[in-house]
Design a protein. Structure first.
Length: 295
């Protein structure tokens, strides 16, 4: 089997434009590639912007680390459509990615019983919307995020009385209360491969920050979650209105009542934390082989 692993210039090995966190790409590929080869296959990194002819011969394309897709969403989704039209299996599917790319999918999941962080959805967010969110949530600190975004890019935190009057967000926004437990307890990630739980971890931000990504100094540790927490994360997988995703990372934070609140259901290009899940490579390779046989 010939597997393609979608990347961008920021994660492509040897690129002069590699990101500081591109080592995460390396860890993920190093976990998956040997297991694909053990199945008699190959794993090849390929820039998602390469012409469609460059994808000839691939059996399946993994949406690996195209960590700039949010800036060219329409082009990215169009490329996934083109790949599928050419008869190449894309994981996760273009329909699923299109649904997941805009974080309004959280509203769909909430309507189906998944607990999420309270959110205001604003097309053109301004300083007045920040004040309105603080009033609505009864809090003094909120976080504004892009509805189409990744890696906390463009994300801002606002404290009462400290937002510049001319502040605005250029992209459609979502505004949420800042939850201090992200710093004290951490954010939890549950990794699922082909619908089956693989491993879990806890992520914490650096001192004085609120973002858990390694790019901002965040750290992570492996955990053994309770059965109840795994079931809660599994319920998110069950609520996704598509076929079972090949891979998924469910990011949650613990609410005041010890329940889990969904932050993200990452179905596009999540880092899957192979260091915390040493079985990730074999699980991915087995699931990929199964998909190719089915298709």
């Amino acid at each position: 089997m010939k597997i393609g692993f979608l990347v961008c210039p920021g994660t492509m090995p040897g690129s002069a434009r590699r990101r500081e966190d591109a080592y995460e790409h390396d860890l993920q590929v190093q976990a998956i590639r040997p297991e694909i080869e053990a199945h008699g296959g190959t794993l090849t990194e390929i820039d998602w912007r390469d012409p469609i002819e460059a994808f000839n011969g691939f059996d399946l394309i993994l949406i690996g680390t195209p960590w700039d897709y949010q800036d060219d969403e329409a082009e990215f989704l169009g490329k996934l459509d083109d790949l599928e039209f050419a008869g190449i299996t894309v994981c996760n599917s273009s329909d699923m990615v299109r649904w997941n790319a805009r974080k309004t999918y959280l509203r769909y999941l909430e309507a189906r019983g998944i607990a999420i962080i309270p959110t205001l959805w604003i097309e053109k967010a301004s300083a007045a919307d920040i004040d309105a969110a603080m009033y609505a949530f009864g809090c003094e600190t909120v976080v504004a995020k892009r509805q189409v975004g990744a890696g906390a890019e463009g994300q801002t935190i606002h404290h009462m009385g400290q937002t510049a009057p001319d502040w605005h967000m250029l992209h459609p926004a979502m505004i949420q209360p800042y939850l201090p437990q992200i710093a004290t307890d951490g954010e939890y990630s549950f990794i699922f491969i082909d619908g089956q739980f693989s491993h879990a971890l806890r992520k914490r931000p650096a001192e004085g920050d609120y973002r858990v990504q390694s790019l901002y100094g965040g750290t992570e540790e492996s955990i053994t979650p309770s059965d109840a927490d795994v079931r809660s994360a599994q319920a998110v997988i069950g609520a996704i209105p598509f076929e079972t995703p090949l891979y998924a990372r469910i990011d949650v934070v613990r609410g005041d009542g010890n329940d889990l609140l969904l932050m993200e259901a990452e179905l596009i290009e999540p880092f899957l934390y192979p260091e915390q899940g040493p079985e990730l490579g074999p699980r991915m390779a087995n699931a990929i082989a199964k998909r190719i046989q089915i298709t």
